[in-house]
Design a protein around this ligand. Structure first.
Ligand code: ZN
Ligand code: ZN
Length: 817
């Protein structure tokens, strides 16, 4: 029997921790254990069992939570790969891979100490201390807490821990005061976190007899049970509009029995749609054939499916998954954040029945854990979800599809900073599976890999039913300014085209990729702009909510009537966001039915879907919005798309700006003309000669990629070199400066063959969420060398007491801001 085990814990440290195994329960590699860590209890993943005696004093495992691994051998390997590639702590990687937080309940309790007891006693004798700096209210609360705890003791002087929630409501006390009492040593704080009962159960109602006299409510309940074959989960009876006592009465009369059973998660048993026939054109059919052949070959293969907007990629994905299901194997479909609407979910249930698990961001922790178990048990072999679904614990994985693979929501912007598309490729390799990357605007990286024959390139060059791609007309906004003498938001041409569509009862979409009313508030007297308290970012005016908002940290402030710097009343609100655009359009077309889609109007998927449905049903004439309106929807009535602000990114110092702009323009243009009438796009720009704008207007993908690849090659940017961003942050400016100086010197003194280091430099956003920020950009044609340099840098930082959480390493960073 192994004596020790190494456990990966979710803490920001690049190591695992050794514990002693207790004799009564042996952990398994890949399973969870509960362990003491500092003053807390934590769950971690066992990565190794061994007999090597550690040189330091160690603790014993508190309990073994899983009898069999929750991470199988392949997922453990994948986790290690991620930790290594992204330089992320292994315990934090595993935490990201396992959505089982709901099974662990954090809890804290307080216990009365000797000092606390003494304080309580003295208060009874002499009243409160005269020198106290506390207010009488605070003192009263403190003694209420001491009293309350003393009263809970089973015998006088025998302190027991009382849970925080109980104490807070029982003694009406805030967390802050409890913290102060712990510091004074009047109370001891204990971690009493525990794992919830892992054996999940449900109550089932069983029909024993339907005879006897029944009132209406009782009849209804008995009928429901009879209709479901005599057994139904009690929970589902709540949908009947009858009092709860009815069930109890029937149980007493012996007509119904209640039993407790282990939950299986199989709630309904809907069968997959038997016939799944789609009308495929020849390009779709041959793409599907390619995919099926690759799946049958049972070895790694990568396919880049480049299909123009409206070419029917989704149908190919679903048919491919269906083939996998019929072969008794598993598939994962990854979709961008915004893509998983309830309507999509309904379609998926239609096609795959109960065999699909849908993992979207609106799931509660509990629901997420339930879906995870369904997948793990093999009940759901088709998995559809956003980024983290790439870790779904399916068995016999045959196919992973990444829809809209260029979408930036696949990159996690916190530790571990993985890119789900790249993880999909690695996972497919480990499983000898097929990975399909689909997009109308593939990322440069994927296109480059296809050119190098790492992926097979499969194209869907035409729209379904031979619909033409929309005509794109460019409006030069500098010229518009010269001719009208005003800075325009909506050009004369766009206004005329919109009117024409309204006259023909057709629909319009207008994109402005910036939310709020005005992005800048400027003082005309001193020239200062209104910045966020905690970030070096201009605050945006939100007119309807009547406040200023920082779009980076969410900080809000009142709308200024005068300049905060000089007191001048000449404050101007400049520029336009989607809220202002909507107002302008209402003014120009008072009769039109106009709605807006952006993060301010969409709080939940339901809002998003409701607005799109309204457009689809013809209840709207015009939809304005941010990039949200550009993604993937198929609305047939839209014949005109106006783009009034999508190219502002071209002015930013970001090497991906051209790629992003090209993708956004192409995607939004793709919303036009998806029905019987041809579409048109009016593209307003201040950068009319920029190649991203020109190629997007001509629908010339290859032209853009070739040009952009040349630029990347000259500048040694991805995909021609591996890139990492290293960010140093601290809420104290001198600390941020000192640390970045220390690392800067180290980079300079240690020549890193084949690795180019730029920096330290002030990050483009110099201050964010109170932190001052400096950064380095590292580039290397060799990923191994880049990785080794970063690893050595982190070790040096640790040795020089720079906290690990303040050095952020972002491998393959999408943003250098
Ligand atoms: Zn001023
Ligand atoms: Zn802010």
């Amino acid at each position: 029997m192994p004596e020790y085990c190494d456990v990966a814990l979710p803490v920001p440290l690049d190591m695992v921790f050794t514990y002693r195994v207790s004799a009564d329960a042996i952990p398994v590699v890949g399973g969870r254990v509960l362990v003491p860590f500092r003053q807390q209890r934590m769950t971690g993943i066992v990565v190794e069992l061994h007999d090597r005696k550690p040189s330091v004093k160690i603790k014993t495992i508190l309990s073994v939570l899983d009898a069999s691994p929750v991470l199988d051998e392949q997922l453990l390997r994948l986790g290690r790969w991620i930790a290594d590639y992204y330089l992320a702590p292994i315990g934090e990687v595993f935490r990201t891979m396992l959505p089982l937080n709901a099974e662990f309940k954090r809890a804290v309790a307080y216990r009365l100490t000797k000092e606390g007891r003494l304080a309580l006693h003295l208060a009874g004798v002499s009243g409160s201390s005269a020198r106290s700096r506390r207010t009488p209210d605070e003192q009263a609360t403190e003694f209420r807490v001491l009293d309350y705890l003393a009263a809970q003791e089973p015998a006088p002087g025998e302190a027991i821990p009382v849970r925080e929630e109980t104490l807070r409501s029982g003694a009406r006390v805030s967390k802050l005061i409890l913290g102060g009492m712990v510091r004074k040593k009047w109370l001891a704080r204990e971690d009493v976190s525990a794992v919830r009962d892992a054996s999940r159960t449900v109550k089932i109602a069983l029909l024993k007899s339907a005879d006897g006299k029944l009132n209406d409510n009782q009849r209804q309940l008995v009928d429901r049970l009879a209709a479901s074959g005599g057994r139904v989960p009690v929970e589902s009876l709540q949908t009947l509009d009858i009092p709860r006592s009815t069930l109890g009465t029937l149980v007493k009369r012996g007509l119904i029995d209640i039993t407790t059973e282990a939950a299986t998660y199989a709630v309904s048993r809907s069968k997959p749609r038997p016939s799944f026939e789609l009308d495929f054109n020849s390009a779709q059919q041959s793409a599907l054939n390619r995919l099926r052949e690759a799946v049958e070959a049972r070895r790694l293969s990568g396919i880049l499916l480049h299909g123009v907007t409206g070419s029917g990629k989704t149908a190919v994905y679903l048919a491919g998954m269906r083939a996998v299901l019929e072969a008794g194997r598993s598939a994962i479909l990854l979709v961008p954040e915004i893509g998983l609407t309830p309507a999509v979910a309904a379609d998926l249930h239609q096609i795959f029945g109960d065999q699909v698990a849908i993992l979207h961001s609106a799931l509660s922790d509990k629901e997420r854990a339930q879906q995870w178990h369904r997948i793990k048990n093999g009940e759901a072999r088709m998995v559809v979800g956003t980024r983290s679904a790439v870790f779904a614990p399916v068995t016999d994985l045959a196919l992973i599809i990444v829809d809209e693979e260029h979408d930036s929501s696949y990159k996690q912007e916190e530790t571990p900073r993985y890119h789900a598309r790249d993880i999909a490729v690695v996972r497919a390799k480990m499983a000898n599976a097929v990975v399909v990357l689909g997009s109308a605007t593939p990322s440069l990286e994927s296109y480059f890999n296809a050119k190098k024959h790492k992926y097979a390139l499969v194209e869907l060059p035409d729209r379904v039913e031979q619909r033409p791609l929309p005509e794109v007309e460019i409006i030069d906004m500098r010229q518009e300014f010269q001719e009208t003498g005003h800075e325009q938001v909506i050009s004369r041409k766009l206004a005329a085209e919109i009117k024409e569509r309204f006259d023909r009862k057709e629909q319009v979409m207008v994109l402005l990729n910036r939310r709020g009313y005005s992005p800048v508030v400027l003082c005309r007297t001193c020239g200062k702009t209104l910045q966020c308290r905690d970030c070096a970012i201009s605050m945006t005016h939100h007119k309807r909510e009547h406040k200023m908002v920082c779009h980076y940290c969410g900080y809000t402030a009142p709308v200024p009537k005068a300049c905060a710097e000089c007191g001048s009343e000449y404050v101007y609100f400049l520029g336009a966001g989607s809220e202002k655009l909507e107002e302008l359009l209402h003014g120009m077309f008072p009769q039109a039915r106009i709605a807006r889609l952006d993060r301010d109007t969409v709080r939940a998927h339901e809002d998003f879907e409701r607005t799109l449905n309204a457009l689809s049903e013809g209840e709207l004439d015009l939809l304005v919005g941010t990039q949200m309106i550009a993604k993937g929807h198929d609305i047939h009535g839209v014949t005109l798309v106006g783009v009034v602000g999508a190219d502002s990114a071209l002015g930013l110092p970001d090497f991906r700006a051209a790629e992003r702009t090209f993708q956004l323009l192409t995607q939004v243009a793709g919303r036009a003309g998806r029905g019987d009438s041809p579409g048109k796009v009016i593209l307003q720009t201040y950068f009319q000669d920029h190649y991203a704008v020109q190629y997007a207007a001509r629908h010339d993908f290859t032209g853009f990629y070739e040009k952009e690849l040349r630029f990347r090659s000259w500048m040694h940017y991805p995909p021609y070199s591996a890139l990492a961003n290293v960010l140093i942050r601290s809420d104290k400016l001198d600390e941020a400066l000192k640390w970045s100086g220390t690392l800067g010197k180290w980079f300079e003194q240690n020549r890193h063959e084949g690795v180019r280091v730029l920096g330290p430099a002030v990050a483009p956003i110099m201050r964010l969420k109170r932190d001052y920020r400096y950064h380095f950009v590292l580039k290397s044609p060799s990923r191994e060398k880049l990785n080794a340099t970063l690893r050595a840098m982190l070790a040096y930082a640790t040795a020089h007491k720079i906290p690990r959480t303040q050095v952020i390493v972002d491998v393959d960073a999408l943003w250098l801001m």
